[in-house]
Structures are given as structure tokens and as C-alpha cells.
Design a protein around this ligand. Structure first.
Ligand code: ZN
Ligand code: ZN
Length: 114
């Protein structure tokens, strides 16, 4: 699969817990390396996580736009972990198909598992 994932809702990205831009090295901040484990990405392995706006909590990166990318494997792993954490504190997840975040995590796991 060579498609990229875009338009992930911000609530889903928040649950995935992207690392803050301020703490990243240049390859990860620029999307050339996996945002989670910093291995190099190629066109085949990269998943586009969409444009992010750095929050105003760190002076050096206020309002900076960046485009994190992940590999398939780590995105699926992250979605798995995030779903586990999220679903334990989410009432909507107790009802099948009700929770958007839960649905997205399932979808990310399915589409990117290797
Ligand atoms: Zn990775
Ligand atoms: Zn939920």
C-alpha cells in the first residue's frame, strides 16, 4: 500500500499523542524520519499525518507549521496503544460505532498493520 493518510481529526491526533515539535530533531520535524522512532522514511513507508500547528507552550516553536510523518508499523502500534488507553476512559466506546476516536484508531490499526 502506497497511499498516505490525511485529514486525521485533531482529537484522534491528540489521542495518538504526537511528540511536541520543540523536542524533535530536524529529520523528524521535517517529516523525513518517523516521528515516533526516528528511522528514515521512504515514499513506500511514509504515512502523512497532516499539517500540525505547534502549540504556544514552547517559545521556540510558537505557531510553527510542521508536517509529521510516520511509518505504517509505528502508526498501527500507536493506534493500538491509544485505543487501549482511550477506551478505558470513554463512555462512547462502550457503544459499538458511536465513538469517532475509537473508530479512527481501529481504522488506523487495520490499514497500517504489517
Ligand atoms: Zn516508525
Ligand atoms: Zn471513545
Amino acid at each position: 500500500m502506497t497511499t498516505t493518510t490525511t485529514d486525521i481529526p485533531s482529537a484522534v491526533l491528540a489521542a495518538l499523542a504526537l511528540p511536541p515539535l520543540a523536542g524533535l530533531d530536524e529529520p523528524r520535524a521535517s517529516g523525513r524520519a518517523c516521528v515516533w522512532e526516528r528511522e528514515r522514511l521512504t515514499i513506500e513507508t511514509a504515512v502523512d499525518l497532516g499539517e500540525q500547528l505547534a502549540p504556544a507552550d514552547s517559545a521556540s516553536t510558537i505557531g510553527q507549521r510542521w508536517f509529521p510523518r510516520s511509518c505504517h508499523k509505528h502508526l498501527a502500534q500507536r493506534a493500538h496503544d491509544a485505543l487501549f488507553t482511550h477506551s478505558r476512559q470513554c463512555d462512547d466506546c462502550k457503544v459499538p460505532d458511536k465513538c469517532d476516536v475509537g473508530r479512527w484508531m481501529y481504522r488506523l490499526m487495520r490499514e497500517h498493520r504489517r
